[in-house]
Design a protein around this ligand. Sequence first.
Ligand code: SF4
Length: 306
Amino acid sequence: MDLTRYVNTFGRYLQEKYGERIHKLSVNAAFTCPNRDGAKGIGGCTFCNNRSFSPGSTNSSNEVSAQLAAAREKVSKVRKARKFLAYFQSYSNTYGDLADLKKLYDEALAEPDVIGLCVGTRPDCVPDPVLELLAGYQQQGKEVWLELGLQSSFDSSLERINRGHTFADYEDAVKRSHKFDLNLCTHLIMGLPGEQAKDTLISYRKVLDLGVRAIKVHPLHIVKGTQMAKEWKQGLVPELSMEDYVDTLTEIILAAPDDLLFHRLTGSGVHQYLLAPEWVKHKWDILGAVYKRLETANNHEIIAKS
Ligand code: SF4
């Protein structure tokens, strides 16, 4: 199975650009998030248990360089890896004092084999000075990606999951990021309560209309220690089926403009926290099913053209 026949993956983009595989090293810089510390809310998004979706993150009490060293060693045991992106993944990695952010990013980029940054955050956490800081690294030739968690373009869904920001906040963040010419990746979650799988297709089109360069999609994971887990136990959160996920993801891929990059096509949550759906554990089965659907669509296209 070679998904890159049909999907413009971030991995392939990096390989073509740098002539070798580039690996991400997760950094946990002990950030919090305005949806947790009271600035926007205290409960956080109802699906959020950061320990479950930052499986690779290291000990946040360690210096960035020490975390990178530990993550590098781990990766190097299984893969020949010479160049890396520092992935600031846990919580909102632009939520802090500008000087503190600069110190953290600088520390990561001071590593000779770290060629850039991926910075995950919320749309309401990217003031212009932070965008300017990130754009500055890009202008120095670093590979910089700002990853904005949107999850859904429907305000009703964002409210239901206690997201604490609106689609308009996201639009504003994207437009300002464009002014700084930043590489932008948007995260979407399929299967949020109150949504059908196809609703993600609507969110996706709205995101594309705003002109992002990359997308990260995954199915909703209901994990322990979250408000959503409580709602799920009460029968208030219907589970997305693998069939619906595969169908809609295939449509998303087929509708993708040629230059859109896919940073992720499914989740990789830690199994120990997962409550449902069970099938999300089987990443390769999901990708295999998507690949089959893409092959079929391709064969139909060839037949239609002949
Ligand atoms: S998902 Fe992100 S924005 Fe939501 S509570 Fe968790 S860290 Fe904050």
